[in-house]
Ligand binder design. Sequence first.
Ligand SMILES: [Zn+2]
Ligand SMILES: [Zn+2]
Length: 356
Amino acid sequence: MPNHIPHLMRAAVTRDWNNISVEQVPVPKLEPGEVLVRVGACGICGTDLKILAGVYQGYWPPSLPFIQGHEWAGTVVDLGDSITDLQVGDRVVAENHKGCGVCANCRSGRYNLCESVATDNTVHKIYGHSAQGAFAEYAARPVGLLHKLPDIVSFEEATIVNQGALGLHAIRRCSIEPGDTVAIIGPGLIGLVTMQLARAFGATRIIVSGYGPRLDLARELGADDVIDISKNDPAERFRTLTNGRGVDCAFECAGTPAAVNTALGCVKRGGRIGLIGLSGNKPVEINSDRLTLDEIDVFGVRSSPNSYPELINLITAGKVNVGKLVSRVYPLERIAEAFETFRKRESGAIRMVIRL
Ligand SMILES: [Zn+2]
Ligand SMILES: [Zn+2]
């Protein structure tokens, strides 16, 4: 390791459920094919709240103590032998899903669905979920998970690339086409990014449902109509706004059982639904006759395979405004406060960022 890199670093360690604190831990050692990155900024994701609360204990993370954080960017400081794609000093943004590379799904490009997931956490890793994350000064990653970041995109803004790429994967899974009418259910970070991507792919009418100040931001970022779910039955209102027809495609971005049913209630006959949110293992009751009789296509959307470079291009070209989505930036020492503020959804906070 070059001698300007210390042996210890500051990191936020999850020692127990709902207990995260900043400690000194060893800087990760590089494995073959890995790159060491000085983390610049790491965002707090809704999934981080659930991981911290112990919702997925036993696999995300497999055990405690654990370092979370999977939506981040930084600067390359050290490279493993024979890595030529990157150089020390490059600004990069990281994917967090590493497939085994040899199973049928990985070979067909669907490494987000690596088939070794259930059996082997050493070849298939989800950094920040099943392997050490980036609420830390340094992170080591396989070179294939890192993508160069143009100078025009700040590290804080780049913390949105991970969810942006998920939104792009959703847009592709659901085949958004020019002229489509789209529902965005849940104007959190993923909803507001997916909304902008739907526009970039040609959607001509976009309606967003939710509540609070996030709806104002949805309008500011280009929503044609918004639905306040505290005042309306959202599925009914979506239908009224589309002359009873329903939308071509609905994206469930809220991660609640109610939002799944809003999606089911607001799509047209023959419509498509993209399920992006996670309900935290809560069962969802639906009327499956609607799926059958109206031939509704439902697409589960997981992670962001093969989507980072295009999403970075879309941000650089101004097609996705990420700057407006960064709500607040906290130093690492205040991470517990940042988690708590995000958990309470205070003041409509969209993206809380930890600066490292
Ligand atoms: Zn996330
Ligand atoms: Zn695999």
